[in-house]
Design a protein around this ligand. Sequence first.
Ligand SMILES: [Mn+2]
Length: 362
Amino acid sequence: MTQTSTAGALFLLPEIESAIRSAILPAERILCVSHVSPDGDAIGSLLGMGWILGHLNKQPTLALADKPSADFAYIPGFDQIVGASAVADTYDLIICLDASSADRMGSVYRPALHGQTLLLVIDHHITNTNFGTLNWVAPGCAAVCQMLVYLADALGAPIEGGLAVALLTGLITDTLGLRTSNTDAHVLQAAMRLTEGGATIHEIVARTIQSRSFAGMRLWGAILSEAKLQERVIWATISQAQRKRAGAEEKEGEGLSGFLVSAKEADISATFTERFNSAGERVVECSFRAKPGFDVSQVALSLGGGGHPPAAGCTLAGPLEDVAAQVSNALKDARRSQLAARQAMAANAAHQNAAHQNAAHG
Ligand SMILES: [Mn+2]
């Protein structure tokens, strides 16, 4: 039943596989790290890598700059995740998962101490800056957890138990329950492997994307009543005051841009969330979503962020309302130029078709 998938050869090229093998096998002290504000793919790939390395008799440090939500405590090994204060000064190898740039590792990665250490980057963001010594970036994969299915196969780690639960968590959360536009046959094949290994889709769905707090629902209610829609771009702002009124925690409000883009009248959505950074400065976290055929990754990239065509984001300084006004305008511009480019392409194709027909008749 558990046959090695052909997708492994497609996404994990032999030369990358052997480079990864040469990096991992001799390393004794290994640090694994994922991104700040860790989501299901960050936590799932971190723990999944821990399970794969454990199979190779290695005991890596698994670190996150921000405390992971206890919602993910069902993943075996969750208790082993440590914060930046438990990270040592020297390692043989650092493995960075699901982060598109070095700063996404937050306070775990200290360039002055870790800058000379071999850095293996494993990521699926198209905007990845290739900041590692060795970079395995596969934008064709829907989650880093999908990539780790292929790595587990390559390194001979059986896909079962804690490894299967960890990897299916990231695959389910990054694809919103196997529903995003990048959910292709390879994703389903990986999900099948993980299901065969004993992980259960409905349990992971119930614990992650289908789980909300009452305070979070009240916050959504307040925010949605003030959402704006112009030129098929829909957006909403989440202020600290609204959050306080609803009694909602910092992470609540996440997932709202995915909900907003479901409006029939919209092609692109955005949420603007007011937060305070570690220096106590007011920042605005921007999260974008696009319907198929539209791309929000370029706007995010131009504002210093990153992501994928259907889902991207960035963090900006400044008052909430100013950022919302400026960035919603940038999204309207981007939508207009994408539409114009598509129309020009269609007109061009029609032209060529007509010319071809004329030539055939002449
Ligand atoms: Mn991811």
